[in-house]
Design a protein around this ligand. Structure first.
Ligand SMILES: Cc1ncc(COP(=O)(O)O)c(C=O)c1O
Length: 351
């Protein structure tokens, strides 16, 4: 299998050690706030039933999501994180010799999950401004292409695709090529309504991939979902590891969906923190890209690893993409202060 070419997910990372042992981890695109009290209380009471298997269909969560949007419950596929759902979709749609077109750099699980499905990844470089090169991606769609993965807001650059770009791209694809639009960060965007499924209703070969890990802050529970054509959902459900959405994850996700005001307030907080960090890193001369996610991308090229080492020395772990750039998650004020100081030192040393 082509996975021989890959380490297991992030197995090859060397953790940076901060001199004090205290490290703010801004490398994972997690939200810096713990789950709200209502979600914590559901989790606590579910822990008393940890000796019981969960519902293998996670039926209550499927119902809750179907009501939330609203969509037909047959259109909802839930799984262990959106990465787990993506794996189910790729296993369903792809086999040996098939191709999956995606942007590069991208969420680093894509190449691994594509390899697990026995398909071949076709990476297409982002533009110089960190955006999907949709024209180049379309040109790489051929007879063997089964899936195109798009990501908006895009990890790691934070750029987003406009509805009209998406529409034009989707109408230009051959019928039967499935586009998986990864929207793990969509709630941070602020410019669009995450419950608006207009694009999905207009394009039958489109799948929306969503996560409870990011805006909902439940990364440690592993729960995500897709909204997809019912026939595809029915097939993809067969690839699930039995009981892969735990009872606690299911109930916490439902409770979090109900906390709409809390989510709105948290998104406003993260966007405020993001805009302030953007300004400070720009002032330090690191030229971050405007971002719609809960992270910023700095195209530091050959200086990327040096910057990651410098910020680790200042107590902040960031994510370096060697030779390309650095991605930093929006965190709290204290982490930002340390990072901004490291950014100024780095810029001074470079001049
Ligand atoms: C673009 C993107 N998609 C999917 C995921 C996976 O998220 P989940 O925790 O839902 O598996 C991530 C995680 O960082 C991501 O960045």
């Amino acid at each position: 299998m082509a996975t021989e070419r890959f380490p297991a997910y992030r197995d090859d990372e060397t953790p940076y050690a901060a001199p004090s042992g205290d490290l703010w981890d801004l490398s994972n695109n997690e939200i810096s706030l713990p789950p709200p009290p209502q979600v914590l209380s559901v989790l606590r009471s579910e822990s008393e039933r940890a000796h019981l298997y969960p519902d293998p269909r996670a039926g209550l969560l499927v119902d809750a999501l179907a009501g939330h949007f609203p969509v037909d419950r047959g259109s909802v596929l839930v799984g262990p994180g959106s990465a787990g759902v993506l794996q189910q979709l790729l296993l369903t749609l792809c086999g040996p010799g098939d191709e999956v077109v995606h942007a590069e750099p991208c969420f680093d699980a894509y190449p691994l999950l594509i390899a697990i499905s026995a398909a071949r990844g076709v990476p297409v470089p982002l533009t110089a401004t960190g955006e999907h090169d949709l024209r180049a991606m379309r040109a790489r769609v051929g007879a063997d292409t089964r899936v195109v993965i798009l990501c908006s807001p895009h990890n790691p650059t934070g750029t987003s695709l406009t509805p009209s770009d998406l529409h034009d791209f989707l109408v230009g694809l051959p019928p039967g090529v499935i586009t998986i639009l990864d929207q793990a960060y969509v709630e941070f965007d602020g410019e669009s309504d995450p419950r608006d499924l207009g694009l999905l209703h207009a394009h039958r070969d489109l799948v929306l991939l969503r996560s409870f890990s990011k805006a909902h802050g439940l990364a440690g529970l592993r729960v995500g979902y897709a909204i997809a054509p019912p026939a595809l959902v029915a097939r993809a459900r067969k690839t699930a590891i039995p009981f892969s959405v735990t009872r606690g994850a299911e109930r916490a996700a439902i409770a979090s969906l109900r906390e709409r005001d809390t989510l709105r307030q948290r998104m406003a907080y993260v966007r405020g923190q993001r805009d302030s960090l953007f300004k400070h890193l720009s002032d330090a001369g690191l030229a971050p890209l405007p971002s719609r996610g809960n992270f910023l991308w700095m195209p530091l090229g050959a200086g990327s690893e040096r910057f990651a080492e410098a910020s680790a020395r200042a107590g902040v772990k960031v994510r370096a993409y060697p030779g390309q750039g650095v991605r930093v998650t929006v965190g709290n004020e204290a982490a930002h202060r340390a990072l901004i100081a490291a950014a100024h030192d780095f810029s001074r040393a470079a001049t």
